[in-house]
Write a protein that binds this ligand. Structure first.
Ligand SMILES: Nc1ncnc2c1ncn2[C@@H]1O[C@H](COP(=O)(O)OP(=O)(O)O)[C@@H](O)[C@H]1O
Ligand SMILES: [Mg+2]
Length: 1015
């Protein structure tokens, strides 16, 4: 795959930054088209990812692909959504800050798919435990549930998101995904009661009717045909070949259980979906007085059952409203027209509020209970820019939202870029860009903006209508360059506008909106008495959605548009506090066809997505910048003049450093407070060199000659470092993969072993039986009989050991072996078990690699028998107190002292009486530090040792010194005496690779591989 990726990679340019004619839209388009036709749908502009919807499965999202992209530098592999996801993740880990990925593009361009791929990548690539796997499953499964309730088929997209979604994925300090939180934005509720031709209601309705089990449908009073439900067939396309409602139902049903919805919640949820279907079928007749009366009592019966509200209460609520007359409240009957309006308003309210309940419930299930600090990656997948034949209030809100996101994009990339250059005194080649602030203001400005005018009209007493709203708009916005109506237009434009239309010139193009329904949709009024009716419901979810404490409608609630405006302002604040990354999705044709690249359509998107401007900024500008102090502090070891300390200013230090590193003049610029680096590759190469250097510095002996050699070598390495890093990251990813494959093998073997446990020992069960034996012996250790004569007090052995047990107990009674020999054998074993028990009390649950030592028997000595005059001896590595050079030694215990010996020569003797203690870390390294009390400064200090038999040696030591409190298990760092009065430190941490080196701060850094205990 890697090879084929490299071959594919040669098509066109994978980063537009390298485009010669970078100002030419045609060249841009040519490159995009060329790659698209080779199924290369991703191309970069620096770190921004452009993605063209292929409308076909490309097989590029496999687990294998994820492995390829895991941990590899962004620019070293062909562009991919996984590369972006991986880069964001690694930046978050190394900089411990928050990020977000803004995925934008018009409806059907591939935003939701992109966000799902990112989530899947994190689910596979992040470290996890069994506990975290739960979070991971929930994060992944929240998607089909939210899509069922919030997505629908539209003319643009068979799975169009009809709500905005911002999802935070929370990571702990180890980079594991530990929780999530979802914010949802403005669900298009009107779809519940009306769909345009060729569109459908929300998926969940069709899924229930098509996929629900017979019993369930019977219980809900539903029939298995969408044609029976008016609100499912308004668009006349209940069945769509690309959608499998039956299968999707199964997925959703399973997901609901996994994200911890109780059976009762699920029942009540289904009851609500069904009640909306029944409500849609409720019809009204006019009685003789012209008032509405219900024409079908069957629907009312089911509504009453499913919502748990008495029939007559429901009936009254659906046909009357309460009005206040003087001090009294009286019921006023609806006309049929009014009743239909109230019914639809209720259906929308029930569905909309249930959707919010669902999001909250999912959030509860994703919530991370631990309060330690988290970093987050936010994913924003919000409805794309939308233009239909007839556009209404919903499109107005959606396109306003896109306008705001475009503004944010401009602010974050173009404008802030320019401003910073100016601040830093760096010459800026002006990049002209279209600032859409004028359109945002047109919509949202106080008093003058469209939303203000709309609200005013909604709240105004008297006969306000959609048309009076249009007139107000014309009065207020007459002459605005981005606003036109039939009345305000010139002759030519007028022909393209109806009388009830207004047209906005959005950044993405012109959209004509029909004002019909604007007032109602913005008011979103639900009569007060129908709310009272819903409050009587016995359905638990409806009870929560219509709380008794809801403020009464004496004061008008905020209108929909104003609420939306505030929530978008909130979203902007959330995003502004994080580091941005962008995926710009492009739709290649309007027919959802694979392989068709419609030049006109793509050109238009390239233009309005601001891709050309972004490219120009990238080419004019510099990819990275760092403050001088930060840059110098990090990279000063790369130059002999700046290492270890630079005496001059930070800026001078940086200048010296980059000169030494051979930066060419056009690769960087010096600003007032920062260095600007033009290409990412320059920074990567520097970073790679730094990685190499870090390790070298730990061991380099810093005589001038050696330093010079060291720097020479370093410079050679610098040029190779990029390549080395690629290989290294690839290797790490492959190792991780091997580890997982190993785990799968072990688990499979375990299961096979279990299944064949009662068969004679064979390949399949040998390891499992060894495990059973060990397990039995461990239990036996804690439950040994008090006397060898208590034959019945032995623990029952597993089947494979029963033979042995029988023979032992038989021998105990009738053996030819004298009892004294038995006693010796047993005592020796008991002694060994006793030692194991002591080890357990010292280390169990306190040191990471202890569980792996349990199965290894303790030996009396580790040095060969022939030179064994002492009570215990073991080989160790001793680290010099100055410089931490490793030396091979033997550690020997007698009854009174410990000796450190080199080839028969005693190098150090330590009386046990002067042994103050032994420190070991809680991690999986094998280091021990012997602390020795000594006042004589000329004496040697504490001992830093590494021992492969750490648990055995320390258990022996604690027994021979008869001191159970000798061993101290510490976290982080151990202070020790280099010699009396001079202190040194050993720092411990976990990492992906075991390493021991002298850190820059002079401490001995011990990095051990994190170990997971297999339970
Ligand atoms: N990367 C992709 N590979 C294959 N098909 C895709 C890809 N992205 C999008 N699609 C197709 O396009 C459809 C619309 O994509 P979607 O992400 O729902 O659009 P948006 O969220 O931008 O409206 C999907 O249902 C899928 O069929
Ligand atoms: Mg979508």
């Amino acid at each position: 795959m890697e090879c084929s990726l490299t071959a594919r990679d040669r098509v066109g340019l994978q980063d537009f930054v390298l485009l010669d004619a970078y100002t030419s839209e045609t060249a841009f388009l040519d490159n995009l088209r060329k790659r698209f036709h080779e199924n290369l749908i991703y191309t970069y502009i620096g770190t921004l990812l452009v993605s063209v919807n292929p409308y076909k499965e490309l097989g590029i999202y496999t687990k294998k692909q994820m492995d390829v992209y895991m941990g590899v530098n962004f620019f070293e592999l062909p562009p991919h959504i996984f590369a972006l996801a991986d880069n964001v993740y690694r930046t978050m880990i190394s900089e411990t800050n928050n990020h977000f990925i803004l995925i934008s593009g018009e409806s059907g361009a591939g935003k939701t798919e992109a966000s799902k791929k990112i989530l899947q990548f994190y689910a596979v690539s992040c470290p996890s435990t069994r506990l975290l796997d739960n979070v991971r499953d929930r994060l992944l499964l929240s998607n089909p549930v939210l899509e069922a309730f919030g997505n629908a088929k539209t003319l643009k997209n068979d799975n169009s998101s009809r709500f905005g979604k911002y999802m935070d994925i929370q990571f702990d300090h180890r980079g594991a995904a530990v929780g999530g939180h979802i914010l949802s934005y403005l669900l298009e509720k009107s779809r519940v009661v009306h769909q345009n031709h060729g569109e459908r209601n929300f998926h969940v309705f069709y899924q229930l009717v098509e996929g629900g089990e017979d019993d369930l449908l019977r219980w809900l009073g539903l029939q298995r045909s969408c044609q029976n439900y008016r609100c499912l067939v308004k668009g006349d396309c209940a069945k769509v070949t690309s959608i499998n409602d039956k299968n999707d139902w199964k997925t959703v049903r399973k997901a609901l259980s996994i994200i911890e919805f109780s059976e009762s919640d699920i029942e009540h949820l289904f009851a609500i979906i069904a009640s909306v279907l029944h409500l849609g079928n409720v019809q009204f007749d006019a009685n003789i007085r012209g008032y509405a009366s219900l024409s079908n009592s069957n629907e009312l019966h089911w509504l009453s059952k499913l919502l748990g509200i008495q029939t007559h209460v429901l009936q009254e609520g659906l046909t009357h409203r309460k009005i206040e007359a003087k001090a009294e409240e009286v019921l006023s009957p609806f006309t049929t027209e009014h009743a239909i309006y109230a019914r639809d308003a209720l259906a929308k309210a029930i569905y909309g509020r249930t959707f919010n309940w669902l999001v909250n419930k999912i959030n509860e299930s994703l919530a991370n209970k631990d309060s330690s600090r988290k970093t987050v990656i936010g994913l924003l997948d919000i409805y794309g820019f939308e233009v239909f034949h007839v556009n209404s209030f919903e499109q107005f809100c959606i396109n306003y939202c896109n306008e705001k996101l475009q503004q944010l994009f401009i602010q974050l990339t173009l404008k802030s870029e320019q401003e910073e250059y100016e601040m830093e005194g760096i010459e800026w080649e002006p990049v002209p860009y279209f600032n859409n602030k004028i359109i945002c203001d047109l919509v949202e400005e106080k008093h003058r903006g469209i939303i203000s005018v709309l609200d005013e009209e909604c709240l105004r007493p008297g006969e306000a209508t959609d048309l009076t709203f249009l007139e107000k708009l014309e009065e207020t916005l007459n002459g605005h360059p981005h606003f036109v109506t039939h009345k305000l237009a010139d002759q030519k434009t007028r022909k393209t506008l109806e009388r009830g239309d207004f047209r906005l010139l959005h950044y993405a193009g012109e959209v004509t909106y029909s004002v019909k329904g604007f007032l109602d949709k913005n008011n979103d009024l639900l009569y007060r008495n129908i709310k009272d009716v819903m409050r009587q419901s016995q359905n638990n979810i409806i009870k929560l959605c219509f709380p008794k404490t809801e403020p009464d409608t004496k004061r008008r609630p905020e209108t929909v548009a104003t609420q939306f405006k505030s929530s978008l302002a909130g979203l902007t604040d959330i995003l502004m506090s994080k580091e941005p990354w962008y995926v710009r999705c492009v739709k290649p044709n309007s027919g959802k066809q694979p392989g068709r690249f419609d030049d006109v359509m793509v050109r238009h998107q390239v233009k309005y997505l601001g891709l050309m401007e972004h490219l120009r900024v990238r080419r004019a500008g510099f990819a990275y910048r760092r403050r001088y102090e930060v840059f110098l502090q990090r990279y000063k070891p790369l130059c002999p003049d700046t290492w270890p300390n630079w005496k001059g200013t930070a800026a001078e230090g940086v200048q010296r450093l980059v000169k030494h590193l051979g930066y060419k003049p056009d690769e960087y610029k010096m600003g007032r407070t920062k260095i600007f680096i033009r290409h990412p590759r320059t920074l990567f190469a520097t970073e790679d060199a730094f990685d190499v250097c870090k390790h070298q510095l730990g061991t380099a002996n810093k005589t001038p000659a050696r330093l010079l050699t060291f720097f020479l070598i370093l410079e050679i390495k610098l040029s190779f470092s990029t390549r080395i890093e690629t290989c290294w990251r690839g290797l790490m990813a492959r190792k991780e993969k091997e580890k997982r494959a190993w785990a799968v093998k072990v688990i499979k073997k375990f299961i096979k072993g279990f299944m064949t446990r009662n068969q004679p020992a064979c390949m399949d069960n040998s390891e499992y039986l060894a495990f059973v034996r060990q397990n039995y012996l461990t239990r036996l250790k804690d439950n040994l009989p008090k006397s060898i004569l208590q034959r019945n007090a032995w623990l029952t052995a597993p089947p494979i050991m029963q033979e042995v047990q029988r023979s032992v107990t038989k021998h105990l009674g009738t053996s030819q072996m004298p009892l004294s020999s038995w006693f010796i054998v047993l005592t020796r074993n008991l002694c060994s078990l006793q030692l194991k028990a002591t080890a357990s009390s010292l280390f169990r649950g306190r040191k990471e690699n202890y569980p792996f030592s349990v199965a290894r028997p303790f030996a009396d000595t580790r040095i060969s028998k022939k030179d064994h005059p002492l009570s215990y001896s073991v080989p160790v590595i001793k680290y010099d107190r100055n410089g931490f050079r490793p030396r091979f030694r033997q550690l020997i215990f007698t009854q009174v002292a410990a000796y450190l010996v080199e080839e028969g020569k005693v190098k150090q003797r330590m009386e046990f009486s002067s042994l103050r203690g032994v420190s070991v870390s809680n991690l999986s390294d094998n280091f021990l530090i012997l602390h020795i009390a000594c006042d004589d400064v000329k004496q040697k200090g504490d001992l830093v040792l590494q021992c492969d038999y750490l648990f055995e040696a320390l258990t022996r030591l604690s027994v021979v010194t008869n001191n159970k409190n000798l061993v101290k298990i510490v976290q982080g760092s151990v202070r020790f005496d280099i010699q009396p009065g001079r202190e040194g430190f050993v720092d411990f941490k976990s990492g992906s690779e075991s390493m021991v080196y002298r850190a820059k701060n002079g401490h001995l850094m011990v990095v051990s591989r994190e170990m997971r205990e297999i339970n």
